[in-house]
Design a protein around this ligand. Sequence first.
Ligand code: MG
Length: 322
Amino acid sequence: MKVSNLGEIELIKKISKGIKLFSKDIIKGIGDDTAVLKFDKKHYLLLTTDTLVEDDHFNLSWFTPEQVGKKAIESNISDIAAMGGFPKYTLISLILPKNTNVNFINKLYNGINKSSKKYKISIIGGNLTHGKNISITVNMIGIVEKKNLCLRSNAKINDLILVTGNLGASRAGLELLRNKKTGKSINNYLNTKCKLNIGRKLSNYVNAMEDVSDGLSSEVLNICSESKTGAVIYKEKIPINKTTINDTKKVNKNPYDYALYGGEDFELVFTINKNKFEKLNKIKSDFTIVGKILSKKEGVYLLDKGKKKKLGYGYDQFKSKL
Ligand SMILES: [Mg+2]
């Protein structure tokens, strides 16, 4: 059987089955945005890793090397932010074809250094090796106060489900580029920005949190699966800005499909007790209520003009046709 038949979710399940944990210091292993380890009396350690591969995750005729560097750092911070924590250290491994221009590396590191400086992240190591395609693997290490840890498994029945910002813009931008069209959404796709500051503030109030990297549908399904709950998403409440809607029209696609299944928006989706909702006023930012956590037996579904529709997983790197 090929990994394309199995898909990412089943592949993770298969790998997880054969894994044994040998330490009591592990608070959370596979199954969240980062791993969580014991650290000191008041803090946990957060660890995550992500790889960008040339022509799969970035195309150098669209991205500048600086933008690739920023994307590598910001997409990893996004996972730390989803846990309620902040990043501290990073290790960066590069696979480079032997004919890679050194100037590319200079520019790539301009982007990496700019994002690292912005969030005071120290680069403490890495690895260099050669291979067929350029590949950038970032390992990010962060810290979270124990009381601020936001696990996917922490959603409670009747919690409201909210998202930050707008969804679907990044995928709309990618499709414009693929179809050789222009539009403002291209900026959203090329210039990755994590929501670290807002994640830190949210961590004081929310139950479960996850970053939107594979589309709203996948993230809500993950939260429900880890929390053993159901959920309803109200389709008409999903925040999509006018630019995204216009740009999506240019490629004859439905903007709601991009919001639900597109990915790489790097917004945050979170669940919060109704009684704490008003406290979000203290955080000056855009939030939208998009749904509610239900009991497991009610299932996970999309409510579209009064009709229940099944929600599926979004972008699957092994199954999805790009
Ligand atoms: Mg994530």
